[in-house]
Design a protein. Structure first.
Length: 274
């Protein structure tokens, strides 16, 4: 009889250890998963680092005191507000956006980041908060009216931006690469380039600033949709950003910010997705 009780005790002890061991292991895995998410880090530290292109007005620039301002900056401020976090804007250029995410320099990039197959192989991108196509910025006296007119002309493009349409539609165009959009606009103004291909909203803003410039041509590509870029493998953070974008689109916050900076309503519909 004693042997029977001892046997039961051994079996029960084994079950308790097994259950305890499973519970401990499960808790550890859950903790590691949470700790690896940028969302958890931001909530705990109450600090958010966002990469924005500050040489791309009115999406991003600096005011007279050197403070970040612009459409993308205001979107970043709304994101920080939703997280009750202190916002730090980190200036990046087009080619530095993905490396800044991969190295952990920033928690997210809000910087005219169009969703493409190539980019989605390296990073994740949220649902779109902005949309536009590409057109051409030229001098008012220019003979360039449509994309084929770019053949045998010097075309300014930003390093790291989408410019495949130029090479496909005007294969004889001479691409001149610049570090940022401001340099490209200056190149057209001073004659270093015959045209600048870029986001039509940005170009329209530049044409308002500089009376000697104008926007021409039909859209070069189908509508490009810009989202918030984040590192690969962080689904919790991506889920949060998708809901954030849904909220600002659905509640009209995004429309208000866009109108503030561009003076018009968003040119393309952004269907709320959640």
């Amino acid at each position: 009889m004693k042997k029977f009780h001892i046997g039961i005790w051994i079996v029960l002890s084994s079950l308790i250890l097994a259950v305890t061991g499973c519970s401990f292991t499960g808790t550890a895995n859950t903790s590691n998963s949470v700790e690896s998410s940028i969302l958890s880090k931001v909530i705990q530290s109450k600090k958010l680092k966002v990469g924005v292109i500050l040489s791309y007005p009115p999406f991003g620039s600096k005011d007279n005191q050197g403070n970040p301002q612009g459409y993308d900056v205001d979107i970043a401020k709304e994101l920080a507000k939703s997280l009750n976090a202190e916002l730090e804007i980190i200036d990046v250029d087009s080619s530095a956006r993905i490396p800044a995410l991969e190295t952990g320099k920033v928690d997210a990039v809000i910087g005219s980041f169009s969703r493409t197959y190539e980019r989605l192989q390296k990073v994740n991108v949220s649902a779109p908060y902005s949309a536009a196509s590409e057109k051409m910025l030229v001098k008012k006296e220019s003979s360039i009216h449509q994309v084929p007119d770019l053949n045998d002309k010097k075309v300014a493009v930003v390093k790291g931006s989408t410019n495949q349409a130029v090479t496909e539609l005007a294969p004889k165009a001479q691409l001149a690469y610049f570090s940022n959009a401001a340099e490209c606009v200056l190149a057209v103004k001073n004659g270093q380039a015959d045209a600048f291909v870029e986001d039509e909203s940005f170009l329209a803003y530049q044409a308002k600033l500089y009376s000697e410039l104008k926007v021409v041509g039909d859209p070069l590509v189908p509508t490009l949709y810009q989202g918030i870029a984040v590192r690969k493998g962080d689904q919790d953070w991506l889920n949060y950003l998708n809901f954030f974008v849904f909220q600002i689109n659905n509640q009209g916050t995004n429309k208000t910010i866009y109108t503030k900076w561009f003076g018009i309503n968003p040119p393309y519909p952004l269907n709320p997705q959640y």
